[in-house]
Design a binder for this molecule. Sequence first.
Ligand code: NIG
Ligand code: FE
Length: 418
Amino acid sequence: MTKPLWIKHAAQLVTLASDVKGPRTKEAMSDLGLIEDGSLWIEDGIIQAVGTTKELEKRYSEKLHEAEIVDAKNHLVTPGLVDPHTHVVYGGSREREFEMRLEGATYMDIMNAGGGIHATTRMTREATEDELIKQTTRRLDSFLAHGVTTIEGKSGYGMNLETELKQLRVMKKLQEQHVIDIVPTFMGAHAVPPEYKGREDEFVDHLIQDMLPVVAEEKLAEFNDVFCEKGVYTPEQSERILEAGKRFGLIPKIHADEIEPYGGAELAAKIGAISAEHLLKASEAGIKAMAKSGTIACLLPATALYLREEAAAGRKMIDEGVAVAISTDCNPGSSPTTSMPLVMNLACISMRLTPAEALTAATYNAACAINRQEQVGSLEVGKQADIVLWKTKNYQELQYLFGVNHVKSVWKKGIKVV
Ligand code: NIG
Ligand code: FE
């Protein structure tokens, strides 16, 4: 039996414990469940008690000598960060496109000329499973080093059955091999594969008839995502794909209104998507519809920065009652980063979230966006002991000192991994 773990004297312990069930909205996004001189007792990877150091000292007085003790004096302790939107499994890289964009090409110009998602698709189709595992492991290590303990991962650089399955199987293997938890999403409709150019509806039929059943049968994904964007999939095509996924038990997500307003937010609300992603150009009506339907806005401020676009209206969305989560969007084109702390900083700077809201968006609401709120996203009795000890003394300082990695230690299921 492993020793109990006692983390004590945290200057600030952010528990995010709350009576609010489901994704946090409005003022609830600012309620961090803060405990000063906070303390956690962990056994077998599960949180057994949360309180002040004094309370836990008293409660476990008989067992204190058995425990491994971590003194978090002067430091902030939070739940492990959750990244609810990544394209982490891919072959190759696209640094030349970075230069091209700085020279004036747009993201869509590059994609329409066969680069962008198509370039990564070619490199991912060519890569072996082992090569993908090796490349992705490096990125997972980096996520962990930045305090991220659970991520979502999308397929979508295959766009044929063979390579989509290869990406999803890589995630399944990594779920077993790596300490990070990976929650898989099928995104066969990430772009229109070149072999189907001009025959988009045929590809949609093919995806629905030949891909979705196999993905569902092999239980390789929990969510189904589509790039609903002018020049990629129309709202009608997206709806067909997402409704078909529902029939196979896959929960809809949607890349919506990233480059142009296209009714993506409205569609997300209409079909009851768990989340809508990007939303840089979401309409007023779309935002209102999402607040009403309870669809989580998964906002990606690092992507906006990287594409030199104005970030999504995060402040407005929260004020309108939308539950906001944030994510890296880790991918080789529009956001090659694994730093959720940077994303939290950007959520404050470019979307005017408060430091407390940004932390909720990167933990509890992020967990809700991938249906993991029962296991992770807050520090409560019975939950996984996924914990970050930061070098900073409080959560405000974490968001204030930007562009640096403040992680001191990370525990995954009660085991120290950083
Ligand atoms: O979420 N917008 C579409 N998909 C990704 C980018 C993928 C890529 O460029 O490789 C995104 O930003
Ligand atoms: Fe994405």
